[in-house]
Design a protein around this ligand. Sequence first.
Ligand code: NAP
Length: 319
Amino acid sequence: MPAKHKVLIVGSGPAGLTAAVYSARAQLHPVVVEGEPSSTSDQPGGQLMLTTDVENFPGFPDGIMGPELMMAMRAQATRFGADIVTAKVSRIDLGRQPFAAWVGDPEAAEPTYEADAVIVATGARALMLGVPGEDRLLGYGVSTCATCDGFFFRGQHIAVVGGGDSALEEALFLTRFASKVTVIHRRDRLRASRIMQDRAFASPDIEFLWTHGVTEVTGDGKVTGLRVRHTTSGEEAELPVTGLFVAIGHQPNTAIFHGQLELDENGYIRTHDGSRTDVEGVFACGDVQDHVYRQAITAAGSGCMAAIDAERWLEARGE
Ligand code: NAP
């Protein structure tokens, strides 16, 4: 028999756990399927589990470690009665009411959960280079978020990899702190919009390393340099930087919703009127529907919105 809940929350980053706090306090007894431990952001706690110091989450004047912040949010959700399950949703059916979700075997005849409302908070993952040293030094000089971590690189020479709008936006932002920013791009032409290119080219603090790829991030405990290779000649060189910002794109975690929820051209869930999706009773919050702000605090805020929207929707149906 499936376990029946009023609210099913999929995902447990700041969006999912804030939605859990709000819906638990509203006596909706939510179940949160939080994900499974992995080395990517697709895990309980989301992208903050891959960061170290968080200094821009209001309420922590001395900063807080990303994993500690997520543990605190989790404890807060549990305290009010959210049922948090360490598993991954392998299949979801949003074409029936109550909605149905499977964990484990997606072919099982019976779903694991049934829910009147679903809050999707599965987040997004930053695409990574997959080179030696990158994983090991993530949070120790390797970052995927300039807004979050730029402040730690005052007066330093840092690198940004990528040639799209994100890479240039990160590079321009980082010039506020860094002594020099080197943008490493694998081609000799940028993908970014003209206006971003013009701004980056006009900055005296940004230089470009064209047609190069990063082959290794080096450092013992923290980043001390990069090995780079010319993409055609194969010639290798060392770049002595203390930070690497990986800005080669993001991928929203929406695979299980394909064909069920309206997604935009990049795979993000489209929301309207707050957190509503195109399926009544299904709400989305956090990075899975936001490719613009991508902050813990905006994700948390949208998780609150989703919980309130779900609560009002259930109430209007007389639940
Ligand atoms: P993107 O446009 O897909 O650009 C990704 C960049 O990373 C490309 O230059 C790509 O190189 C490079 N890249 C991809 N995989 C790589 C790898 N394995 N190794 C090295 N380089 C790699 O992604 P984005 O910059 O995140 O932007 C995503 C969307 O958001 C875009 O539509 C963008 O316009 C939008 N956006 C807009 C703004 C803004 O308007 N302010 C800011 C950020 C993002 P190639 O060029 O060789 O493919």
